[in-house]
Write a protein that binds this ligand. Structure first.
Ligand code: FAD
Length: 395
């Protein structure tokens, strides 16, 4: 019996869960469907992207070596996939030393995810887009606080202790909350008044939490206020230059550090890899995640546009969508191999869990048309659990 090669591209949340679920589904199928499972990623690690703010506030390493997640039975390839040839069922990749190779596949899962939106290079500040930028942010606020501790000019000291976070999505909120805890703790250690560290969250919209009800957005804003974060609505920052942020209404404000958290964009390489792309830059798939006109190719996670066939709802771009998609996909792949009817996509329940610094959080669930809100320690525990489960750190 021919061993089938199944290649998963991308070791983000969708990719690692796809590999895990395929292993689970195909475990008892070795005699029927012997499988070679390959996971390709540009990195040798899974990046815990949802914790990107952590290296901006502490020394925490948010990388998990893929060999730790998959110590056996999965072939790990560190390489960037450049192209997929659906006719010949092969892909081209360039490995970590720059050599180009080809690999044949029988089944292929594309989970190349999204990239974090960058401001233009002349807009100043630091965008929280990568491990390196997170570390830059940490060095910048630490260095500002150190300077503030010995600064005699009150206005300059005030400027150095002012941090502006531009973009009030979940990433901006979580970054602000972690900074409120860690920058104030470090400020105190340096002999500064922690309350004099000003953290402002600039929101281009008129309220927080556009993915849920207004009252939950207001609750979130109050919780941020409680930890000393001021939210400014309808404020658009144009640029930061020489310690000054410029707002679209002409206003200027002094800041020590400007951090951009501008949300996600589809991975631009989807446009060149050889997959069918819809106008918003996502991969076109059917209700069972099959890529149009490419037999044996599937796509899930942030890079695919997935629509609920029952209500037309477009799936969100978060882990809580990607992980159930991965579980369903493994069943779909087995059903397709066996010529059986495959499952189709179903939306996940409306749920958001937002971390508000150590020991604090807000969880919102909408079930049976009712809003449930959990705050405080329990919500933090839920958030910690979901962070860990998403990166397969729980058993
Ligand atoms: C700062 C931040 C905070 C977030 N917070 C939350 C949160 O609290 N909760 C939540 O549910 N979601 C959150 N999200 C969203 C969540 O991170 C994404 O929905 C999730 O990462 C999607 O998983 P994915 O596997 O589709 O893509 P990704 O996690 O983006 O993974 C894509 C993988 O593909 C690899 N790759 C890309 N191109 C290639 C190529 N050509 N060849 C080989 N490998 C390639 C990349 O290296 C990467 O490992 C957050 C996102 C950010 C940026």
């Amino acid at each position: 019996m021919k061993t089938l090669t199944c290649v998963v591209i991308g070791a983000g949340y969708a990719g690692i869960h796809t590999v895990k679920e395929i292993r689970k589904r195909f475990k008892d199928q070795v005699n029927k469907h012997p499988l070679r499972l390959v996971l390709i990623d540009g990195n040798a690690f899974h990046l815990r992207k949802v914790l990107m703010f952590r290296p901006a506030v502490t020394n925490e390493d948010i990388r998990i070596p893929l060999t730790k997640l998959f110590p056996d039975e999965v072939e790990l390839v560190q390489a960037m996939v450049l192209n997929i040839n659906a006719v010949e069922k092969k892909l081209v990749y360039v490995n970590d030393v720059g050599a180009e190779h080809e690999m044949n596949y029988d089944m292929l899962v594309v989970t190349v995810g999204s990239v974090i939106r960058q401001p233009d290079s002349d807009q100043g500040g630091i965008a929280l887009t990568s491990l390196e930028s997170a570390q830059k942010i940490r060095s910048a606020w630490l260095s500002n606080l150190q300077q503030a501790a010995s600064e005699s000019n009150a206005r300059e000291r005030e400027r150095l202790m002012h941090i502006a976070i531009v973009g009030a999505g979940i990433s901006g909120v979580e970054t602000a909350a972690e900074l409120a805890y860690y920058a104030r703790r470090d400020g105190e250690r340096l002999g500064l008044d922690p309350q004099a560290i000003r953290i402002e969250l600039y929101n281009a919209h008129d309220r927080l939490f556009l993915d849920g009800p207004a009252k939950v957005g207001m609750k979130l804003e109050r919780l941020l206020q409680d930890i000393g974060i001021n939210t400014l609505h309808n404020k658009r920052i144009i640029k930061e230059e020489d310690g000054v942020i410029w707002l679209s209404d002409g206003e200027k404000r002094s800041v020590g550090l400007c951090i951009w958290t501008l949300g996600l964009l589809p991975n631009p390489m989807i446009q060149t890899i050889g997959l069918p792309v819809i106008s918003d830059g996502h991969v076109r798939v059917d209700v069972s995640y099959r890529v149009s006109d490419m037999p044996g190719v599937y796509s899930i996670g942030d890079c695919a546009k997935i629509v609920d066939p029952l209500n037309g709802h477009v799936d969100g771009k978060t882990c809580k969508e990607a992980i159930p998609q991965a579980a369903r996909l493994a069943k779909i792949m087995l059903a397709d191999l066996e010529g059986r009817q495959a499952p189709v996509h179903e939306s996940y329940m409306n749920l958001y869990s937002i971390g508000l610094g150590p020991g604090k959080g807000l969880t919102w669930v909408n079930k049976w048309g009712i809003d449930f809100v959990i705050t405080g320690k329990l919500s933090w525990k839920i958030k910690e659990y979901t962070w860990d489960a998403a990166s397969m750190l729980t058993t």
